[in-house]
Design a protein around this ligand. Sequence first.
Ligand SMILES: Cc1cc2nc3c(=O)[nH]c(=O)nc-3n(C[C@H](O)[C@H](O)[C@H](O)COP(=O)(O)OP(=O)(O)OC[C@H]3O[C@@H](n4cnc5c(N)ncnc54)[C@H](O)[C@@H]3O)c2cc1C
Length: 477
Amino acid sequence: MATSKVKETKAKTAAKSKASAAKTKVKASAVKTTVKASASKAKASAVKAATATKATVAKVKAKVQSTVQSAAKVSHYPVLIIGGGAAGVSVANTLRRKSTLLEIALIEPSEQHYYQPGFTIIGGGAYSLKKATKQEADLLHPSIIWVKDFAETFEPKKNSVLLKSGDTITYDYLVVCPGLQLDWDKISGLEETLGKNGVCSNYSHKHVEYTWECIKGLESGTTLFTQPPMPIKCAGAPQKIMYLAADRFRKKGILDKFDIQFCNAGPGMFGVPFFAKALSKVIADYGITTNFGNNLVAIDGKAKKATFEVTDGDGKKSTVTKDFDMIHVTPPQSAPDFIKSSPLANAGGWVDLNDRTLQHNKFANIFGLGDAGSTPNAKTAAAVRKQVPVVVKNILRLIENEAVQEGYDGYGSCPLTTSLNTVMLAEFSYGGKVTPSFPKLDPRENRFIWWIGKKIGFPWLYWYWMLPDAEEFLDKD
Ligand SMILES: Cc1cc2nc3c(=O)[nH]c(=O)nc-3n(C[C@H](O)[C@H](O)[C@H](O)COP(=O)(O)OP(=O)(O)OC[C@H]3O[C@@H](n4cnc5c(N)ncnc54)[C@H](O)[C@@H]3O)c2cc1C
């Protein structure tokens, strides 16, 4: 009964605004006619009249515009979250447990949610895309309002976000976590050839299975693994898939028939020297060649040629083109365009956050986390797990009129798959400080136990612990 009344009122309001938009349009066309008529009068007075009428037309047009816009929906939620990936879903569900009555809305365009850390072992033939995919609707607490749309424009001074559909949502507290943008188009020729001609990438859910097809199908040849300039998500992923491929070849007894090359735009194996040294040993053991300062700029898939911009030790640039039988591409990455162009961005385009409180540096009722944030940690789901409780606590503190607190230490983790049955578990915080969860075990060791973690333990923790409630997870950590 109540619902049908609401529907009726909504229908009436929509009809009213449509009618008034039509009326205003009629007025506008009447003004246009006046403009035409005035043109036949004396030149001077015509100019005067036309100027005056132009202003009237502009006014009427503005009125039409605002009437049409007011037909779009405006809603308000105390907490609004942008992005329903690892960070958004965890924040929403954790906040829900801590505050059962708080109205929470989450904007997420995609119906599927991917466990992206699983993409490495899908590409390596040790996991399935099916296991790494769930429906977004099944992950959110039923009381959380899911707005299936894209956030487009921010007006932080009005506490409002404009969506692609034209609707507007206002908020008391905003959490911004739309992940990062994969800039495939920055490599000339890549988009046309990705997913065929031996060109693959674990960074795309559409093409991750093709990586395994390539690895499985090769008996010999040149395989290239590329890494773009930082920052990227999971900085270890470009080389993790290379070790899985090399180990496959070794297990088939054909490793010596391959020329495997790591082509890295950066200057070394890994950002944290403690692990970089250990990885150099892994790479030497497989006989892999390293090419540092090599940034992929173009691919000709049909000709199977990849072109790199090479920067030498003195900063001198040149170009080199290599033949390949298979190339695994890690695309350049940046903040999403709608963040870059917003008042929320820092100079680099990322959501401008305090490194330890995760509060926005300019707008006190806005928080951010995950890959879109400016914090200088490793962009990983592991980092998100430690960031969520900090964001949740600080929003609740602000609601209670208390000051925000520092809580995030820059933790990030990268389980480096060094073979098809071993992982080196790299864990570190701000400044490259090594922070192993199990300090008695040397984290540089390649261990079978962490391989089991990577294949079974970590996905389970993600789906059944972190996404439902990251703080609960942390308390038990
Ligand atoms: C190949 C690969 C291997 C990885 N390996 C690991 C690993 O081993 N360990 C680890 O911890 N991490 C790993 N990661 C990284 C990890 O997946 C990310 O760091 C993590 O998912 C970041 O979470 P997020 O919520 O910030 O972004 P995402 O999980 O990417 O979610 C962002 C969400 O925002 C949505 N969105 C985008 N634009 C808009 C918009 N305009 N409006 C509303 N919503 C929007 C997207 O649809 C998406 O659902 C890996 C990633 C890849 C690709």
